[in-house]
Design a protein around this ligand. Structure first.
Ligand code: GDP
Length: 227
């Protein structure tokens, strides 16, 4: 059972900017399985997605006008180097938070969109929150987790740009933050150190993602059998 994300297999499905459209998609896909990625702007979300899935995804999400949308893609897994017979999974690129220049109107829109997303999203979607390893747990990251506390979703936290931590002391500080964050934010299931630049830590993130996907496939199979 040797699964990997199939390189360059992502397929852009739709970009959603309107609440009603998001509600429709979420209601139509109650059993979606996949991953949703969110983080402060400039944290390296596009770079991590590129490194894990291939370049075409971030190109779409960075198109002017799409940066504020919920961008939905599908992707496949390979099994032993060949396309697996599992159905496609979802990759959901959520609009970033903590932009320097946002109007009240825009942040209200983000809250509405993301609130609805977490309220209605399938339990089969794993949330991955990205933070900057050099500047972890910023005020906007804390606000995001406080916001997430209103919902039941579990998440993984990926500290990106780990290559920028040059000293042992900086690494030790980040290590020390882990238990503090898991205590403060119940939704965090696991934390990873990674670098989109050096690819360090990405195999662990990929394994965690694949384990989640396969687990959800099994859960849904059991649910269908028990109907
Ligand atoms: P996004 O706004 O969150 O999608 O961030 P981007 O992927 O566009 O990255 C923002 C900046 O951070 C770019 O200049 C990237 O080259 C840089 N960056 C992203 N990931 C890493 C990383 O792991 N290490 C380093 N050193 N730089 C990174």
């Amino acid at each position: 059972m040797n699964y990997q994300i199939r390189p360059q297999s992502t397929d852009f499905k739709l970009g959603i900017a309107e609440l009603s459209q998001l509600e429709t998609w979420l209601n139509d896909n109650p059993a979606a399985i996949g991953i949703a990625v969110v983080g402060r702007s400039n944290v390296g979300k596009s770079s991590i997605i590129n490194a894990l899935f291939g370049k075409s995804v971030a190109r779409v999400s960075k198109t002017p006008g799409r940066t504020r949308e919920v961008n939905i893609f599908t992707f496949n897994l390979n099994q032993n180097g060949k396309l697996s017979d599992l159905p496609p999974f979802f990759l959901i690129d959520l609009p970033g938070y903590g932009h320097a220049e946002v109007s009240k109107e825009m942040s209200r829109k983000w809250n509405d969109l993301i609130g609805t997303f977490f309220e209605l999203i399938s339990p089969g979607i794993l949330l991955a929150n990205l933070q900057d390893a050099r500047h972890p747990n910023q005020a906007v990251d804390q606000q995001f987790y406080d916001f997430l506390n209103n919902y039941t979703n579990s998440s993984i936290l990926i500290f990106n740009k780990i290559d920028k931590l040059k000293t042992q002391k900086e690494r030790a500080q980040l290590e020390k933050l882990k238990p503090i964050l898991s205590k403060a934010y119940k939704s965090i299931r696991q934390m990873y150190f990674a670098s989109a630049e050096t690819k360090q830590g990405l195999p662990q993130v990929e394994s965690a993602l694949i384990a989640h996907l396969l687990e959800q496939v099994e859960i849904q199979k059991h649910e269908r059998e028990n109907l």
